[in-house]
Design a protein around this ligand. Structure first.
Ligand SMILES: Nc1nc2c(ncn2[C@@H]2O[C@H](COP(=O)(O)OP(=O)(O)OP(=O)(O)O)[C@@H](O)[C@H]2O)c(=O)[nH]1
Ligand SMILES: [Mg+2]
Length: 294
């Protein structure tokens, strides 16, 4: 897939111009929308940008780029998910089907296993997607590859019971992190929401105080759809942090700014491939530099 190149586009629309005119800002608005920022935020940003460009009498595209970065900094939010030692941590991984939940669970397992290398079996996976055929085997496969335990019941079992057992097993050691893989689709949305709310109650009750996090997985290639997904999950159970996946397939990702602005949701990790190490702690500065090309 062709990479989206903001810097190139900016230079192209600036062309041989000697000042930033209305056409320039109109075209800038289009570029922002194209980067998945969403129309509402794009217009708002350009209005601010235009005003400040005039006030500051900016002449260079690099100055406009820097100013835009400054304006966007306010909206893009980041967070770090750090499990606590001597506590029972539960991270519930949510998202619609196919966004990369199971893969992200495996990547996080690998990441935290390394971080807590001094604690035996710190990470446990809970196979709470009991709906999709083969989901349990998929998680077991990853668990084996990464070298972490997987607590699973049979296909069709109650996912809350799986979470209950996984947390009990972590509790028997006195500390640990349970990463819960959930289903992205049930017979209908109401069922999914109800099931997630039940899992949510179990996890909340079983985790140590302040050690329960709900993490939403969003596919970077789905653009503004991600925002609607975030609204649904946020309304259903509340979301603490986001993982942006498939960032290797697009250089867009502007929806992260809309997510921060409209829902105040911070990003914890971004993923950029299918191997276990293709995950990194989200860095806002780096993200904005990549997005804007400066
Ligand atoms: N290129 C790329 N592919 C990814 C990334 N994350 C996941 N995938 C791929 O996306 C596909 C779906 O990933 P899963 O982890 O199974 O997604 P899921 O959300 O668990 O899907 P369901 O269980 O069906 O809801 C797989 O082919 C993954 O290899 C990523 O960061 N980059
Ligand atoms: Mg899955």
């Amino acid at each position: 897939m062709a990479k989206f190149n903001f810097k190139e586009k900016l230079q192209k629309i600036f062309g041989g111009k000697t000042n930033f005119d209305d056409d320039f800002f109109d075209e800038m608005t289009d570029v922002l929308i194209e980067s998945d920022i969403g129309a509402k935020l794009a217009f708002e940003l350009i209005e601010k940008l235009e005003k400040q460009c005039r006030e500051l009498k900016l002449k260079e595209t690099s100055e406009v780029q820097n100013l835009l970065k400054e304006l966007l900094t306010e909206y893009v939010l980041e967070t770090t998910l750090t499990p606590e030692r001597n506590k029972i941590n539960v991270f519930l991984v949510l998202g619609v089907n196919g966004v990369g939940k199971t893969t992200s669970v495996a990547k996080m397992a690998n990441f935290y296993k390394k971080e807590f290398y001094d604690v035996d079996n710190f990470v446990t996976l809970a196979a709470a997607d009991t709906f999709r055929a083969a989901a349990i085997d998929q998680l077991k496969y990853h668990g084996e590859k990464v070298g972490v335990r997987v607590v699973a019941h049979k296909d069709g079992a109650d996912p809350s019971a799986v979470v209950f057992d996984a947390v009990e097993s972590a509790k028997s050691k006195g500390e640990g992190l349970v990463l819960v893989d959930t289903a992205g689709r049930l017979h209908n949305k109401e069922n999914l929401v109800r099931e997630l709310q039940k899992i949510d109650r179990t996890a909340k009750q079983k985790a140590s105080e302040g050690c329960y996090k709900k993490i939403l997985v969003l596919d970077a290639t789905t653009g503004q759809n991600g925002l609607r997904q975030a609204e649904v999950f946020n309304d259903a159970v509340g979301v603490d942090a986001v993982i942006l996946t498939k960032y290797d397939s697009t250089a867009k990702g502007g929806m992260i700014a809309t997510l921060g602005k409209d829902l105040k949701l911070p990003v914890a990790f971004d993923c950029f491939g299918e191997t276990y190490s293709d995950i990194e702690i989200f860095n806002k500065e780096k993200f904005l530099s990549e997005l804007l090309g400066n």
